[in-house]
Design a protein around this ligand. Structure first.
Ligand code: CO
Length: 233
């Protein structure tokens, strides 16, 4: 790939902005006033996995958090703040955790070499491997990397669901589904891992921050039947 100067980037930017304005004259003006994305994308920082382009979405349509190997750690205030803002303020309806085959972070986690500070971050992925170690028997290194890319997404979906942010949203009846996808660098295709979590009952009891009765009592259909509730005016 040729090296691009900063001037070339500015020139590209003007062409892109002009083309969008030619198509929709109010595009940037409308967008500057508000964003209302339906999706939060949590993906890898890898330059080959750009959220908007892959999903065919315009600016304003997806809120994005990216880090090395799309990891969600419960003490990462950066990631948690993105999730909180997306869920509580923007009211996104879908959180999409997307991994990708051939992920450098995942493949490094399968090895024993050291690369510096990032080793500590990749330890989270070694944990995913350890949780499912028996599945890796008899796989070659390529197959092992693909499998760990997929399992890593599933585990990070769980982590998103275990946050108080997502559970608070479910508790107040806000529609919110957490999905797991994996992207193929080789053909540009997104694959659904069939991991879709949209309710408290779908996560293990130990991770639930509210008991079933509390949730039940807050369901709109249940509340309508409570005698102390005032009649809607
Ligand atoms: Co990656």
């Amino acid at each position: 790939m040729p090296h691009r100067s900063l001037e070339a980037i500015f020139a590209n930017n003007r062409r892109w902005a002009d083309a969008l304005k030619a198509e929709q004259p109010d595009f940037f003006k409308t967008l500057a006033e508000q964003q209302a994305p339906d999706y939060l994308w949590i993906g890898c920082a890898d330059s080959r996995v750009p959220a908007n382009e892959i999903m065919g979405l315009l600016p304003g349509e997806v809120f994005v958090h990216r880090n090395v190997a799309n990891v969600v750690v419960h003490t990462d205030f950066n990631c948690l703040s993105v999730i909180q803002y997306a869920v509580d303020v923007l009211k996104v309806r879908h959180i999409i955790v997307t991994g990708h085959y051939g992920c450098g972070g995942v493949s490094a986690a399968l090895e024993n070499r050291t690369m510096g500070l990032i080793d500590n971050w990749l330890r989270n992925i070694k944990d995913v491997y350890t949780h499912h170690q028996h599945l890796f028997d008899h796989l070659d290194s390529h197959e092992a990397c693909d499998l760990l890319c997929e399992l890593n997404v599933c585990e990070q979906v769980d982590h998103v669901c275990h946050t108080t942010i997502v559970q608070d949203a479910w508790k107040r009846g806000q529609p919110l589904t957490v999905h797991g996808l994996v992207y193929s660098l080789e053909d540009g295709v997104l694959h659904d891992l069939s991991v879709n979590v949209s309710a408290m009952e779908e996560i293990p009891t130990i991770y639930r921050m509210y008991n079933d009765q509390e949730i039940f009592d807050r369901l709109p259909s249940r509340r309508r039947r409570l005698p102390q509730d005032p009649e809607p005016s």
